[in-house]
Design a protein around this ligand. Structure first.
Ligand SMILES: CC(C)(COP(=O)(O)OP(=O)(O)OC[C@H]1O[C@@H](n2cnc3c(N)ncnc32)[C@H](O)[C@@H]1OP(=O)(O)O)[C@@H](O)C(=O)NCCC(=O)NCCS
Length: 155
């Protein structure tokens, strides 16, 4: 077994829990995009809101069983369409692996878990946006370039 495979197998993956705020979950997200700190109350409120969507919104995490820190995460939102005979599409967002443990297949494990979730709830596709720098990573995960991203931001 290769080193990266061994690392992948030794880190169980699970859904986000409310106690993960105290395990560095927000600090990990900050490695993706710096944001203001959020209070326990704000976290709890957003957590409950997201949880109320059941399987249509899922955030997964990997916890380091030594440090008990959250070291990898990703989320998926299930879009319900009229197209494709009322089909469903999975949208992957906010994928990040702690900078100290990148290159050990944890990113791949997160993507596989989210994609499997999409398949299990009946999605016909999974899509995501990424930077040019991460294109190779998603290709390794089996994704192909399709279309371009358009965005407008509200201040
Ligand atoms: C992108 C990211 C999630 C990858 O996680 P990771 O755990 O380091 O990646 P893995 O070890 O699972 O890599 C899987 C494969 O992709 C390759 N890979 C990883 N990052 C890559 C990159 N940026 N470009 C090309 N290939 C890459 C690895 O070499 C590995 O190849 P292999 O299967 O042949 O060994 C991680 O680097 C990260 O968190 N980056 C900062 C946040 C970010 O940009 N997130 C993506 C938002 S779209």
């Amino acid at each position: 077994m290769q080193r990266s495979d061994a690392a992948e197998e030794s880190f169980p993956i699970r859904r986000l829990q409310i106690s993960d705020k105290n395990k560095g979950f927000i600090e990990l997200l900050n490695q993706l995009s710096l944001s203001d700190s959020i209070s326990d109350q704000e976290f709890q409120s957003r957590f409950q809101d997201l949880t109320s969507h059941g399987d249509d919104h899922m955030i997964c995490v990997i916890e380091d069983d030594q440090s008990h820190k959250i070291i990898a995460t990703g989320s998926i939102f299930i879009e319900k369409k009229f197209l494709r005979n009322c089909g469903k599409a999975g949208h992957i967002e906010d994928v990040v692996v702690d900078s100290n443990i990148r290159g050990k297949s944890l990113g791949k494990k997160i993507i596989r878990y989210l994609s499997e979730h999409a398949r299990s709830v009946g999605c016909y596709k999974v899509i995501l946006d990424c930077s040019i720098e991460n294109k190779g990573f998603y290709e390794k995960c089996g994704f192909k370039e399709k279309s371009i991203q358009m965005a407008t931001y509200f201040d």
